[in-house]
Design a protein around this ligand. Structure first.
Ligand code: SF4
Length: 688
């Protein structure tokens, strides 16, 4: 072993931090990670990478890693053997199921874990327990985007590849801070814009880096994107600039849609959004002149009460202008976590088996029942949001959360942690003793991406393999082994030798990924779904029609029924999002010293105007509060935010986090929390 430890080893891996899906070689010696080296062969990034992918691996060998299972004993945890932990979990699950039925248990998958692990968690919930109460973190971010695409074009994924974004004539970024959240993709857009004359239009509350670089910047009032997007559709049709041939041949419901656009005049749009008519007309002209347009969007759109409708408005606009099914065009919801696309694709969803096959469809259910040799639950299960509600109602008794620090990242976390305290039995599986884990009855130590095998699916539907570079630390285990262990204790011997077996089973049951196998994904090879049985994949969707029975897309009429949840006395609007250096709340990135030292805590961006009004300076300490809670932080005065709109970074120091302020309001169609609708008041604690 000593000899082996001295050798330098090179292993292919995929970044664990965002949906761009950069792949690298990781160089290790013993347990040390020497470097991440990008390579030309990497399909999504080539030789590019960002600070997180290159340097953010402090979490792997952190002395804070959990290395043994823990069971609660009064107010502390004791370390136990795996055997005891798995037995205990199985017994408690069995007890709750017998007493309250299978739907008294809920399961939350990790969007950082692998596809195979998402597949197994939903199998554990459905086959072993008998419930469809299984969901993943796309509920917190991307479900509205997926909904908008299901309504209009049929597949819940990016229309093409990142190459299409690079090669579009016009790129519109709506509610995405791409430079911080998807850095390598942002670099591609920056290059196309700077060197190849690509037009760039950015709509956002903040004038962030991409907005500063843009040819046009739109600053709409919070929650009004649906209005200006729909007004563009109407204006373009009224000018006769719509793609009539495309619509006639390929899209249903045009007349009904056009009628629904009647209220969205330019005057109305200006009044609601605060964007001038001239500005909006110029955007329409740009789209009209462009041979191909791509629209990318992210949480700035989805995390609203009308996130699904706004995502739909984006897709409607692309249909109006014929921007689907050709290179350089289409809808690109930018997936946040490294595997948020895959977690949903592989079935950790309350309404669908892997590949978006409905649990309510008898034929599909029969297929899975045959394969899994069990009767499966018929009704749609609870999503994340409903699980928390049902814990409060006393109907959900047991919860199993893997790899999500819900106590920091859920909306309205005081309400969420209150729910944790009401649980009869709570299992948390993670790398660290997170805030969420502190409420658990059992904590199971999992491993990071470099200590296991599997696949991730990036934002462009690209499935890529990760290879094991290091042995699991201590007694920690890959999630798939832990799920298998629990299933076995409950009488189901799955008998998977490796994640390749799991993928084979998933592929055999899922038309979307029918031709996916580890052989075809060897090394830096990758496949973009849908993948035919013969291994043919689909970099660009909709070239042969849309994903509906008649092959035609659908316009989806919308109304704008929305009121900003203003509360008396709470005059400030709190926006939030990522910083480049941290992944989300920082559970992993905070363990890299350089990153932690640079950005140890969340900070609050305030406008120059606001700083002047409150008589505060850079570094001042302020407290934000509303009915949900409060959060305190240091001020960064910047030109990037305007007036009374603040921005809080998502990373948390454990004590302060934006989600003490966010509410339980949700998108009306998907229950995604309206993280971006936060009124608050400000108290100055130190002027500096
Ligand atoms: Fe690439 Fe995203 Fe990882 Fe940065 S965080 S290296 S952009 S996958």
């Amino acid at each position: 072993a000593q000899m082996r430890d001295d050798q330098i080893k090179k292993t292919k891996t995929v970044c664990t931090y965002c949906g761009v899906g950069c792949s690298f070689n990781v160089w290790t010696k013993g347990r040390d990670i020497l470097k991440m080296s990008p390579t030309e062969e990497a399909p999504a990034n080539g030789i590019a990478s960002c600070v997180k992918g290159k340097f953010g691996y402090g979490h792997v060998n952190s002395d804070k890693r959990l290395t043994r299972p823990l069971i609660r004993e009064g107010d502390h945890f004791k370390e136990v053997e795996w055997e005891e932990a798995l037995h205990y979990v199985a017994e408690k699950f069995k007890e709750i199921k017998e007493k309250n039925g299978p739907d008294a248990l809920g399961f939350i998958a990790s969007s950082k874990a692998t596809n195979e692990e998402s597949y197994l968690l939903q199998k554990l919930a459905r086959q072993v327990i008998g419930t469809n109460n299984v969901d993943n973190c796309s509920r917190y971010c991307q479900s509205p985007a997926t909904k908008g695409l299901f309504r209009t074009v049929g597949y819940g994924g990016d229309a093409g590849s990142m190459k299409d974004i690079e090669h579009a004539d016009l790129v519109m970024l709506v509610g995405t801070n791409t430079a911080d959240a998807h850095p390598v993709l942002a670099s591609k857009i920056k290059r196309s814009h700077k060197l190849f004359g690509q037009k760039l239009i950015v709509a956002d509350l903040r004038k962030h880096e991409m907005a500063q670089r843009a040819d046009m910047f739109l600053h709409p009032n919070p929650g009004t994107d649906l209005v200006w997007l729909s007004a563009l559709s109407k204006f373009i049709i009224d000018q006769g600039w719509h793609d009539k041939e495309f619509i006639d041949e390929k899209v249903n419901d045009f007349d009904e849609f056009y009628q629904s656009l009647a209220p969205f005049t330019m005057e109305y749009a200006e009044e609601k959004t605060g964007i001038s008519q001239e500005h909006l007309k110029a955007v329409a002209e740009n789209i009209h002149r462009a041979g191909s347009t791509v629209i990318c969007w992210a949480m700035g759109v989805t995390q609203h009460q009308i996130g699904s409708d706004t995502s739909t408005a984006i897709s409607n606009l692309l249909l109006v202008t014929g921007n689907y099914g050709k290179p350089g065009a289409g809808a690109y919801p930018l997936r946040g976590h490294n595997n948020v696309q895959g977690a949903s694709d592989f079935g950790s969803m309350p309404n669908t088996f892997p590949g978006y096959q409905s649990v309510e469809d008898e034929e599909i259910r029969a297929k899975f029942e045959k394969a899994w040799k069990t009767e499966l639950p018929k009704d749609v299960g609870m999503n994340n949001h409903e699980m928390v509600e049902e814990i409060h109602e006393g109907n959900l008794k047991g919860l199993y959360v893997t790899g999500e620090d819900m106590g920091i990242v859920d909306s309205n976390i005081n309400y969420v942690t209150d729910a944790f305290e009401k649980l009869e039995f709570f299992v948390v599986q993670d790398l660290f003793l997170t805030k969420t884990a502190e409420y658990a009855d059992v904590v199971l130590p999992a491993v990071p991406s470099v200590e296991k095998e599997g696949t991730f699916t990036n934002t462009e539907r690209r499935i890529q393999r990760i290879y094991q570079a290091l042995e699991p630390l201590g007694e920690a285990r890959p999630d798939w082994e832990i799920y298998s262990g629990i299933a076995e204790k409950l009488g189901f011997n799955w008998n998977y030798q490796s994640p390749a077996d799991i993928m084979d089973e998933a592929a055999s049951l899922t038309p979307l990924i029918a031709g996916v196998s580890y052989d075809r994904l060897e090394g830096f090879n990758s496949l973009q779904w849908p993948v035919q049985e013969d291994g043919t994949d689909t970099p660009l969707l909709y070239t042969d029609g849309f994903h509906f029975d008649d092959g035609k897309a659908r316009f989806y009429p919308l109304q704008y029924e929305y009121n900003y949840p203003a509360q008396k006395g709470y005059d400030y609007h709190v926006n939030n999002g990522r910083v480049l250096e941290h992944f989300h709340e920082g559970n992993m990135t905070s363990h890299t010293r350089g990153i932690r030292n640079k950005i140890p805590e969340p900070f609050f961006e305030v406008s120059e105007k606001m700083a002047k009004e409150l008589d505060i300076e850079e570094g001042a300490l302020i407290k934000l509060s509303n009915d949900n809670g409060e959060s305190t932080g240091r001020v960064h005065v910047t030109k990037e935010v305007f007036d009374k709109e603040l921005f809080i970074t998502l990373n948390s120091d454990g004590k302060n986090a934006v989600n003490y302020l966010t509410s339980s309001r949700v998108d009306k169609d998907t229950d995604t929390p309206a993280y971006k609708e936060v009124p608050a008041k400000v108290e100055v604690l130190e002027k500096k």
